[in-house]
Write a protein that binds this ligand. Structure first.
Ligand SMILES: Cc1ncc(C[n+]2csc(CCOP(=O)(O)OP(=O)(O)O)c2C)c(N)n1
Ligand SMILES: [Mg+2]
Length: 618
């Protein structure tokens, strides 16, 4: 088939499918893009031709910012449990480098996205092209080389003959649950438009089987023998449980053994909050119940978790001197963490095998159930605090939780809300809780929500957005409005960084530089509130806006927003200093070792004390 390279890319992608458990879906279901001279006549022309002629199906979505379109693609793929992804095409130079943050976010979270940055002329005859970085040491370097460390696969198609191997390599990594993340194929702008006789076989329908690797029997025996000897085991359910769709197996395992199940940010919802074994989040922003169990546990069973510092409370969460770890993970890299007995396997396959290897008589003591019930009364209290004059954030979370149907999705990424949500949110469905906390990227929320809604239009999607996050990246409201994508955006205005403000104060840094106010006489930002109206801003972008004062109005506003046909922003002002229950945990953020400030010196003393609880788990 004689096609341009860009036409070949589009035709190829439209014919790629994934299959797991006998279910097939499009591997790359569409393409976000922003055109410039680097891709307008290459990938842009190919997408146009596909749309006009109906030759192949690869729907195009016009985004407003390249970083945001990668976030949207991440939201989409995570919602699809990594079985379907989106491509992103960007022009050369800034269009492409705008995607770097998105690439890092995808790779950190192990979520597949296909990035197609445009690149400088392969022929060089027109060099330096507008926006080209010239490196006198080597003419084959471009800004796109910055994607290399951020991508799980990186290639640049200097010649049409290279395209087949580049695309097949890209698909292999995109669809591999171990290796997946950002996959980058750079397309020089002249090569995109160049024609070549491609073999028909390249465009045949191709199905990529997504594996469920089964555990080695000997590894299961080793794991079972450690668990049999455990007196106080604790399961940590990570994102791998959700991506593997292993909730039923985890439920069966937990019920059969009685072992409590704590969750991570990516794993929340794997079991419903009111499951008898569920003890809530673990680690720095976990529940005090889970953290007490973690402190005393002699065996930690980590399933599909990468043990971030929030999960391990910077390696202080597990305090028993003889604590041991058993990890089920599809990636050997993660399975081996904390010197664990490693079971390299799909979460579902691993749980099934492990349950079969434990005697039916094995039963862990379930005395934690009363503590969970007491904790849930505290959550109720936090949901209905009656804080004033401005409401507390925990009340906003309670109102959104109440407004959400069982299948509705809550989206968040950065600020004080991820911690409060991990502590307080009652998730009822494995796909209800979508907090991007691998990269915790301010600005993910609205763009991510757009991708989530595209992935599953049957669910209502509530993006909770802080004012800081909103100011970083609100422009995808316009994309959602243009595409008729209905979102509910809950805009939580507290005039600055409640999160980093509280962190700063706890570390002796006096909330320096964390509030959005006029600069005062002494040089700090402690003057009057700024005349900023984010509700009006959202309105100007085409959103329907409901302004709420207090929780009663919020409850009504959320109800209206849920029922509305079009994108609705619910705006509420909250108290940045409102209280939240303690996680009884810690997070390692180093404090200045020497200082002339009293606040810093006393924070350092506390830091040194906490540091002594840190373990290596060798
Ligand atoms: C892109 C990016 N820049 C900086 C940070 C560091 N950071 C984490 S939370 C935060 C403030 C968030 O403010 P806001 O969205 O208003 O939420 P709040 O803390 O008020 O809840 C900052 C600056 C980040 N996570 N992401
Ligand atoms: Mg804020």
């Amino acid at each position: 088939m004689r096609l341009t390279v860009a036409q070949a890319v589009v035709t190829f992608l439209a014919n790629q499918w994934t299959e797991r458990d006998g279910v097939e879906q499009r591997a790359v279901a569409g393409c976000f893009g922003i055109f410039g001279h680097g891709n307008v006549a290459g990938v842009g022309q190919a997408l146009l031709q596909a749309q006009r002629t109906g030759s192949v199906e690869l729907p195009y979505h016009l985004a407003r910012n390249e970083q945001a379109m990668v976030h949207a693609a991440v939201g989409y793929a995570r919602m699809k449990n990594r079985l379907s992804a989106l491509a992103c095409t960007a022009s050369i130079g800034p269009g492409s480098t705008n995607m770097l943050t998105g690439a890092a976010l995808a790779t950190v979270n192990r979520i597949p996205v296909l990035l197609l940055p445009s690149d400088v002329f392969a022929t060089r005859v027109a060099a330096p092209v507008l926006q080209e970085l010239e490196d006198p040491r080597g003419y084959d370097v471009s800004v796109n080389d910055a994607f290399r460390p951020l991508s799980r696969f990186f290639d640049r198609v200097w010649r049409p003959e290279q395209l087949a191997s580049a695309l097949l390599g890209a698909m292999r990594v995109l669809t591999d649950p171990v290796e997946t993340g950002a996959v980058t194929v750079c397309l020089p702008q002249d090569v995109q438009a160049e024609a070549y006789d491609f073999p028909d076989a390249l465009f045949a329908r191709r199905v990529w089987h997504v594996a469920r690797p089964v555990p080695e029997p000997a590894a299961i025996d080793r794991a079972a023998s450690v668990i049999r000897s455990a007196r106080r085991p604790l399961i940590i359910a990570g994102g791998g449980v959700v991506y593997s769709e292993a909730s039923a197996e985890l439920d069966a395992f937990a019920r059969a053994t009685g072992i409590p199940v704590a969750d991570t940010q990516a794993g929340k919802g794997a079991l419903s909050w009111d499951h008898p074994n569920s003890v809530g989040g673990v680690g720095s922003t976990g529940t005090p119940v889970a953290n007490r169990l973690a402190r005393e546990a002699d065996v930690i069973i980590g399933i599909g978790t990468r043990y971030s510092d929030f999960t391990t409370a910077s390696r202080t969460a597990f305090a028993a001197p003889d604590v041991r770890f058993v990890n089920i993970n599809v990636a050997g890299f993660d399975a081996a963490k904390q010197s664990a007995v490693s079971v390299v396997a799909d979460a579902r396959a691993g749980l099934t095998a492990l349950r079969a290897a434990l005697p039916a008589s094995y039963k862990s003591d379930m005395s934690y159930v009363d503590a969970v019930a007491a904790w849930q009364r505290e959550v109720d209290h936090a949901y209905h605090l009656g804080h004033g004059p401005l409401p507390a954030q925990s009340e906003v979370i309670g109102a959104v939780n109440d407004a959400c149907g069982e299948r509705d999705v809550v989206v968040q990424a950065a600020g004080s809300m991820p911690g409060d949500l991990q502590l307080l949110w009652r998730a009822r469905d494995p796909k209800q809780y979508h907090v991007e906390y691998g990269y915790s990227c301010m600005g993910f929320e609205i763009a991510g929500a757009l991708g989530i809604k595209l992935a599953d239009p049957s669910r209502e999607v509530f993006a909770l957005v802080g004012d800081g996050s909103y100011l970083m990246m609100a422009q995808e409201i316009v994309t959602a409005v243009a595409d008729g994508v209905k979102l509910v955006i809950v805009l939580v205005q507290n005039h600055g960084f409640a999160s980093i403000g509280a962190l700063s104060e706890s570390l002796g840094s006096q909330r320096f530089g964390t509030s959005y106010r006029y600069r005062g006489a002494d040089g700090d930002y402690d003057g009057d509130r700024l005349p900023v109206d984010l509700a009006a801003n959202a309105e100007s972008l085409g959103a329907h806006v409901i302004r709420c004062r207090g929780i009663a109005e919020l409850t009504e506003g959320l109800k209206q927003a849920r029922e509305a046909e079009r994108l609705t922003v619910v705006h509420i002002e909250t108290d940045p200093l409102s209280p939240v229950p303690s996680s009884e945990s810690w997070w390692d953020v180093p404090v200045a070792e020497v200082s002339t400030l009293d606040t810093t010196r006393s924070a350092r003393t506390a830091y040194d004390a906490a540091k002594r609880g840190q373990r290596q788990y060798l």
